[in-house]
Design a protein around this ligand. Structure first.
Ligand SMILES: NC(=O)c1ccc[n+]([C@@H]2O[C@H](COP(=O)([O-])OP(=O)(O)OC[C@H]3O[C@@H](n4cnc5c(N)ncnc54)[C@H](OP(=O)(O)O)[C@@H]3O)[C@@H](O)[C@H]2O)c1
Length: 332
């Protein structure tokens, strides 16, 4: 076993909000405890990685930290009976880059109970093109389905459409036969959003300012990764019995809404968490990604970049400048 591994290494800077972030050769002997050691091949950059690496939000709870809320790789060593050397595994969340060293690295040591075996139909690169963003998009779609939302019921709104959650949600929903309306602040990506399967593209300005407590009924379902006024307006313009899944805060963590859509139209607001999501739901989501995500569309939404691109991409994603998904090849 090599004595060091490469990682995006974050150290606390006393008195500063932002951590110091660099690529560092880290001694294997310093790794945190775990019963499975994984040779990581790929990771990715999600919005939350942007928050952690730049220090824009207090994601990290212990120092120093290895960044990265996702990884995929091959088991090197295991004392967990569920895993053996050679198994292809992935992890999303479960405290990676918060309380436990993360996946933007060439090696990770974690608890086997956090790992998912990579479905055969999904390659390692595609699993990270999906990443937390895409797996959360699938959790949102499952949230709509579990509330009985069907394609025949009408339009589904996807906010933050050109981002990671939004792009994958559009591709899945379109494949399942839903009529998808993509809300974006980047009209120059309208053709991209239509190529993913959106039937209609709207300007996010229609949703992002303070609105009325109730508006004209339009959406049978919503996948919202934006929060704030956008989420409030999506709720206020949902159809009777409509279902709104809320997973993000790209616009803000506030929810300036009233109870009127809930008590007059029976709207259901479903919260979506990927980080501590129980294992049976993760396995269900990854199983459905294997069958219901059109991989050609995922590939079109994916760029592959080296580990050296991780820190600059973390800054870019918070500015809303990343389109689709960025996979990090940790060995490049
Ligand atoms: N609950 C969970 O477990 C979970 C899991 C994954 C992600 N999330 C959250 O979901 C959100 C999206 O994550 P992501 O990885 O998809 O990020 P992303 O790739 O950066 O996508 C976010 C998108 O939101 C839109 N946006 C950005 N700033 C905005 C603003 N001020 N007002 C309105 N829209 C804005 C942009 O889309 P357009 O350019 O198309 O407008 C942007 O591409 C983040 O808040 C993230 O923390 C939560």
């Amino acid at each position: 076993m090599t004595a060091t591994f490469k990682a995006i290494y974050l150290t606390e800077q006393p008195g500063a909000d932002a951590p110091h972030a660099e690529i560092r050769d880290v001694p294997v002997a310093d790794m945190m405890p775990g019963d499975v050691t994984v040779a990581v091949s790929h990771s990715t950059i999600n919005f939350k990685d942007g928050l952690a690496i730049t220090g824009a939000a207090k994601i990290i709870r212990r120092w120093p930290m290895v960044a990265g809320i996702d990884f995929v790789g091959t088991v090197e060593e295991s004392t967990n009976p569920g895993f053996k050397p050679g198994d292809l595994v992935l992890q999303n969340g479960y405290g990676l880059s918060e309380g436990h060293w993360g996946g933007l690295a060439t090696k990770a040591r974690v608890k086997g109970e956090w790992l998912v075996k990579l479905p055969q139909a999904i390659s390692p690169v595609r699993s990270m093109a999906i990443g937390t963003a895409g797996y959360t998009a699938m959790l949102c779609v499952l949230g709509l389905e579990k509330q009985g939302v069907k394609p025949s019921q009408g339009e589904i709104l996807v906010t933050g459409a050109a981002g990671g959650v939004g792009s994958v949600a559009i591709a899945i929903l379109a494949k399942l036969g839903f009529d998808v309306v993509a809300s974006t602040g980047r009209p120059e990506h309208a053709d991209y959003l239509k190529s993913l399967g959106a039937r209609t593209v709207i300007d996010r300005a229609e949703l992002s300012a303070a609105g009325a407590p109730l508006g004209k009924e339009r959406w049978a379902g919503v996948v919202d990764s934006v929060g704030s006024h956008t989420l409030a307006n999506a709720i206020a313009t949902s159809r009777y019995d409509g279902v709104v899944t809320a997973c993000g805060l790209a616009q803000g963590a506030d929810l300036p809404a009233t109870v009127l859509p809930f008590i007059l139209r029976g709207i259901k607001l479903i919260g979506i968490d990927s980080v501590m999501c129980p294992m049976d739901r993760r396995i269900e989501a990854w199983g459905r990604l294997a069958t219901d995500l059109p991989f050609d569309r995922l590939d079109a939404a994916t760029q592959i970049a080296p580990l050296s691109a991780a820190i600059p991409t973390a800054h870019e994603i918070l500015k809303g400048k990343v389109k689709g998904r960025v996979v990090i090849d940790t060995h490049a």
